[in-house]
Design a protein around this ligand. Structure first.
Ligand SMILES: Nc1ncnc2c1ncn2[C@@H]1O[C@H](COP(=O)(O)OP(=O)(O)O)[C@@H](O)[C@H]1O
Ligand SMILES: [Mg+2]
Length: 384
């Protein structure tokens, strides 16, 4: 079957893809990794076994594929072993989401950060038996997020990272032949597309954070739209913040023009209080008794705000909170850090962090805040 999107379709590859969809997906995909597949490769040549190329070899491959699928099915976690944290909105809507994924090829899940999209959707997919005919591919825009999501889901499933759940980023691949869920950067999925135009190693794709609309994500979404009719067995879950969801739905309309279903989960709500503290203070009154105002700089404003919050926090049942301060550039972070360190207020410890710094040794995955090419997150965590 010629691939109209491919500038130079390779018939042999497409042939592989057809087989893969018909019953060879995981094997074919896995073999293209070229790691530790000696047994499979040796057999497929049929050397010394008296078999010629052709039907027998195809039958052998089919049997191997069936064995692999059976093993993957056996590795699926039992539904009762899957725990969904009850406080997460995605957990609350689990049955609805499950039904939508079961009944539609593409589902869009929209929800605020922290609602449980990234960590809970893979488990819902596993509960539906996805990940058996091929892997569940879960894309993240950032490397550090790919790793921490894999670690977190693996931990929630009670498995060791690199077994049932693995991750692949540039230069590191912890996924294996029997991995059911592979978390990767969207760049990795794009690179795989060049070798495997049918994405035959996957039976499900979760494209996370689609609202970020990077070039990678846009390309993947564009490609998937034309691939889906040729891969009716492939399920796609798109997750997004609550913006643009209906455009995604329209993009993935079915053959009859019906938009893909959208499910919006609520965010986790926390009380938010907004206080404005203009960088202006009352100065000494004029001789005529008129009020005057003086400007204070940003650093002073930050120090005063931290002091105000810290003092209030520690006053409430002795519990202070960590405080996150966002600045627009590295110099502002440095200035604020220096000022904080010399000021007399004793309690918080200051940990400056910029988007340009090397990744921290922890796996914190908060995205850097893009602000004119520079980003920052100085924090004053409470000493423990
Ligand atoms: N690595 C982690 N360590 C501890 N808790 C985590 C971790 N990842 C996620 N969580 C918890 O799971 C919740 C849901 O996270 P996530 O699934 O990433 O939500 P969303 O993708 O909707 O932003 C978070 O609010 C947090 O409580
Ligand atoms: Mg997320």
């Amino acid at each position: 079957m010629p691939d109209p999107t491919s500038p130079s379709p390779r018939p042999a590859r497409d042939g592989d893809d057809r087989k893969a969809r018909g019953g060879g997906g995981a094997r074919e995909g896995d073999r293209s990794h070229g790691r530790g597949r000696g047994r499979g490769r040796g057999r497929s040549h049929g050397r010394g076994s008296g078999q010629g190329p052709g039907r027998e070899r195809g039958a052998e491959r089919h049997t191997r594929r069936q064995e692999a699928v059976a093993a993957r099915r056996a590795a699926l976690p039992a539904p009762e072993a899957l725990h969904y944290p009850p406080e997460l909105p995605v957990s609350e809507r689990r049955d609805e989401i499950k039904a939508l994924i079961r009944d539609h090829q593409v589902v869009i899940v929209a929800g605020e950060t922290g609602s449980g999209k990234t960590t809970q959707l893979p488990k819902i997919c596993l509960e539906l038996g996805r990940g058996v005919e091929g892997m569940i591919g879960h894309t993240q825009p950032r490397r550090i997020a790919a790793r921490s999501v894999a670690e977190r889901v693996s931990e929630e499933l009670g498995t060791e990272l690199g077994t049932l759940v693995g991750y692949q980023v540039r230069f590191t691949d912890t996924s294996r032949q029997d991995t059911l869920l592979k978390v990767m950067t969207d760049g990795i999925l794009l690179a795989e597309l060049q070798r495997d135009r049918m994405l035959s190693r996957y039976d499900t794709l979760i494209i996370d954070e689609a609202h970020e609309r990077s070039l990678n994500i846009d390309f993947i979404l564009g490609y998937l739209r034309q691939l889906l009719p040729r891969r009716p067995d492939l399920k796609v879950v798109i997750t997004s913040a609550t913006i643009d969801v209906h455009r995604f739905a329209a993009h993935f309309a079915d053959a009859d023009g019906r938009p893909a279903p959208v499910i919006e989960v609520s965010g986790r709500t926390y009380p938010v209080e907004v206080r404005y503290r203009p960088l202006q203070r009352e100065g000494p009154p004029t001789k005529q008794g008129e009020a005057t105002f003086v400007e204070v700089d940003q650093v002073t404003g930050i120090c005063e705000a931290v002091e105000e919050l810290w003092t209030e926090g520690s006053g409430r049942d002795g519990a202070g909170e960590d405080i996150l301060v966002f600045c627009s550039g590295e110099r502002e972070i440095r200035d604020a850090t220096d000022a904080w360190r010399v000021c007399s207020f004793p309690a918080p410890r200051c940990c400056p962090s910029t988007g340009g710094s090397p990744p921290p040794s922890s796996t914190a995955s908060s995205p850097a805040i893009p602000a004119g090419g520079s980003s920052c997150r100085p924090t004053w965590p409470r000493p423990r």
